[in-house]
Write a protein that binds this ligand. Structure first.
Ligand code: HEM
Length: 407
């Protein structure tokens, strides 16, 4: 195997999970390596260009911390190229903004995510986690994603956004469809992608209108009633904020929850260790799961000028793709990085990104994981997988569709 042998734009390369062996080779031999894009999908609006893969921890930090060289806005943060007309809309999403605009918009909502705010939510999250397990405990077996992992993230993000309870399942289905673009199981519906986008737009517009008429403490209300440079946030910005939160809030934490149970199943000695002192080991275990199995595989930047990176020259306009799971296995940072060890210090992982766009929901995600995993550990200590998990077809997220478990 040599660099270039595998096309990382192809989602099928990730069908058994992240190809760690290939990335270990890239980190050693070609840490910023060129990848021709050969994967073609019907959803692609324009021909796809090749990209640079950033695989080492230090280089990923460098790219994330230099938005003036590596832009989120120029080409968006997704690997695939889109038409210029689509980019105009993409750029109105917080995730795809550059300084100085980015910080101005982030300021509208970051108070909703501070550690203090998350601590205030803690009793609510703990109670909800208890209810999730109450609902399944007597069944003794369940499909874990649908029965356990999905509920807390969905409930929380909908409450924070101000989405009424009766609409939560619909938001969940939409977010699945929007993130699993290459998975036919999520795309083969009676509605086209355009129809879906229109429905989401209509829904978020109505929600924003309600929040403007009756402001409250929810994130949608803060964004809808916020101003940047004296200008109110626009419809398109609000819609994109809604989409970002629906996806970021739902998909990531759900998959981290499922991955924890899966990893503990294959590393029983680590699970037993955790059970021996749940309060003591859980915070470290959560960070180690996040290091070992990041729910997000990559985000992209675009070079704003010719620049050196990890020994290569990246030309203006070229795509740079940062692979988080690879950075998290860099042996320059961790000894035996392929070993899953809940006692190690994993805190340098880059699973939540770093720099300008560092995940706004990181505190909230950690709190949710703490609550649900504590419930699982205390009340379902002998939980185990009873069959194989099924993965989402994607090179963007480490998504788990289903995972049968029993206890
Ligand atoms: C384990 C769970 C999560 C993971 C692994 C994760 C991962 C990430 C990453 C890697 C970024 C950085 C993107 C970049 O640099 O381009 C990010 C940004 C973001 N995340 Fe998360 N996320 C998680 C949970 C959440 C939750 C629960 C929420 C919302 C409640 C959230 C909201 C956001 C938002 C709004 C941004 C954009 C921040 C900005 O552009 O300034 N995330 N996330």
């Amino acid at each position: 195997m040599k660099p270039g042998d595998i096309d990382l734009s192809d989602p099928d390369v990730f069908s058994d999970g992240f190809p760690h062996q290939y990335f270990a080779m890239l980190r050693n031999e070609d840490p910023v390596s060129w990848n021709e894009s050969r994967f073609v999908a019907e959803r692609h609006e324009v021909p796809q260009r090749g990209f640079w893969s950033v695989t080492r921890h230090a280089d990923l930090i460098y790219v994330s911390r230099h938005p003036e060289l590596f832009s989120s806005a120029m080409g968006g943060v997704q690997m695939h190229d889109v038409a210029e007309s689509t980019l105009e809309s993409v750029r109105s999403m917080l995730l795809s903004m550059d300084p100085p605009d980015h910080m101005e918009y982030r300021r509208l909502v970051n108070r909703g995510f501070t550690p203090k705010m998350v601590r205030q939510l803690e009793p609510r999250i703990r109670a909800a986690a208890t209810e999730v397990i109450d609902r399944v405990i007597d069944r003794r077996e369940v499909e874990f994603v649908g029965g356990v992992a999905m509920h807390l993230p969905m409930l929380l993000i909908c409450e924070l956004m101000g989405v009424p309870a009766e609409d939560q399942q619909m938001i969940f289905d939409w977010s699945n469809r929007m993130v699993a673009l290459d998975d036919p199981d999520y795309q083969d519906h009676s509605t086209s992608r355009e129809e879906l986008a229109a429905r989401v737009w209509l829904y978020s517009s109505k929600l924003a209108a309600r929040k403007r008429a009756e402001p409250d403490d929810t994130l949608m209300s803060r964004y809808a009633n916020g101003e940047v440079d004296g200008e109110a946030t626009t419809e398109i910005q609000l819609n994109n904020f809604f989409v970002l939160l629906a996806i970021a809030g739902n998909e990531t934490t759900r998959n981290a929850t499922s991955h924890t149970v899966c990893l503990m199943d294959t590393h029983r000695e680590q699970w037993d260790l955790l059970l021996s002192d749940i309060d003591g080991y859980l915070p470290g275990a959560i960070d180690e799961v996040l290091r070992f199995e990041p729910p997000v595989y990559h985000f992209r930047r675009t070079a704003t000028e010719d620049t050196e990176l990890g020994g290569v020259t990246v030309r203006r306009g070229e795509k740079v793709v940062m692979w988080y799971p690879s950075a998290n296995r860099d042996d320059a940072v961790w000894d035996n990085p392929d070993e899953f060890d809940i006692t190690r210090d994993s805190s340098a992982h880059l699973t939540f990104g770093i720099g300008e766009h560092f995940c706004l929901g990181a505190n909230l995600a950690r709190m949710q994981l703490d609550c649900i995993l504590k419930e699982v550990a205390h009340r379902l200590p002998d939980i185990h997988l009873t069959g194989p998990m099924s993965r989402i077809r994607s090179n963007l997220v480490a998504g788990i569709k289903s995972m049968p478990v029993a206890w």
